[in-house]
Design a binder for this molecule. Structure first.
Ligand SMILES: Nc1ncnc2c1ncn2[C@@H]1O[C@H](COP(=O)(O)OP(=O)(O)O)[C@@H](O)[C@H]1O
Ligand SMILES: [Mg+2]
Length: 281
């Protein structure tokens, strides 16, 4: 159940957003697409899920060419996108929002299987079970994101497309979210993950593509990209450079005196473990 995107071109009227993007995701992989705001990441996912029609190029899933298919048909194949802005039904309960994720399956009469999946989603997200009767609109941002993912799982996806799931979440919730994505991958789900949080995405993904202004400019294993000096400077450098803190007043004074000459050199030094992945058990 491989996804293949070949030379995809998408435009919004006269504005070209994708200039010949190619990528693939193999069964069981977690692949990340990283890149700055406006790079074309959302456009790519929306084209894959059939919400935008490409001007040129091809999308194949599970051996079938799905370019130009309507979104419902693509979802029915098991290729399911979790939307960027959560698009939950605020005045419906958590549980009803989850059931809506399975509406195509309910229409096909899969009631029993849908109930089983509901229990499975509650096992992955115990918090949603506690709040099953609560209105979705009253959940915190992090809980809403969990609900959006849970709703995607209710469609029984074979591949999940996620658009910036960590956006706007507090650091602890970001850790929890990436932990859950890893669990889903270990359970055999294939994931294509779009993220601006490049460091976190590269820590959980198997491979990644880097997009700039509608093009893939780099690709490789996540480990290779994490160690790539160009990437560190452009996407990963900031936070690691800031981690070099003097710890005592004396050191502060010494540091202040020497910083004018040393700082620029420090900033170019690569990967420091930033300690953010410790408490994730
Ligand atoms: N509905 C739209 N109409 C016109 N231009 C758009 C629209 N959506 C996105 N764009 C443009 O397409 C480019 C890619 O946007 P997008 O895919 O949202 O990037 P990303 O998700 O990487 O931030 C940007 O230049 C953006 O301004
Ligand atoms: Mg986007």
């Amino acid at each position: 159940m491989r996804l293949e995107v070949e030379n995809l071109e998408v435009a919004y009227g006269p504005v070209r957003a994708l200039h010949g993007v190619s990528l693939h995701v193999d069964p069981g992989e977690m692949v990340a697409v990283i890149g700055a705001n406006g790079a074309g990441k959302t456009t790519l996912l929306r084209a894959i899920s059939g919400l935008l029609s490409p001007k040129a190029g091809r999308i194949r899933f599970d051996g079938r060419e799905i370019t130009g298919w309507p979104p419902e048909r693509i979802v029915a194949l098991g290729l399911v996108q979790i939307p960027e802005r959560r698009q939950l039904f605020d005045s419906m309960s958590v549980e009803d929002n989850l059931r809506l994720g399975a509406y195509l399956r309910l229409r096909r009469g899969e009631r029993k299987a849908v109930e089983e999946d509901l229990q499975r989603v509650f096992e992955i997200f115990p918090r949603l079970r506690e709040r099953r009767r609560q209105m979705a609109g009253t959940l915190s941002g992090g809980e809403q994101q969990m609900l959006a993912i849970g709703r995607g799982l209710m469609a029984r996806p074979r591949m999940l497309l996620l658009d910036e799931p960590s956006l706007g979440l507090a650091p602890l919730l970001v850790q929890e979210l990436f932990r859950i994505l890893r669990v889903l991958r270990e359970q055999g789900l294939t994931l294509l993950l779009v993220e601006q949080n490049a460091r976190q995405a590269l820590r959980v993904a198997d491979r990644a593509y880097v997009m700039e202004t509608g093009r893939v400019v780099r690709e490789g294993t996540a480990a290779k990209l994490l160690a790539d000096p160009v990437l560190q400077a452009a996407y990963l450098g900031g936070s690691s450079a800031l981690r070099v803190h003097p710890s005592s007043p004396t050191e502060v004074a010494v540091h202040a005196r020497s910083s004018r000459t040393a700082a620029s050199g420090d900033a170019a030094v690569g990967e420091h473990r930033d300690g953010g992945d410790d408490a994730s058990g």
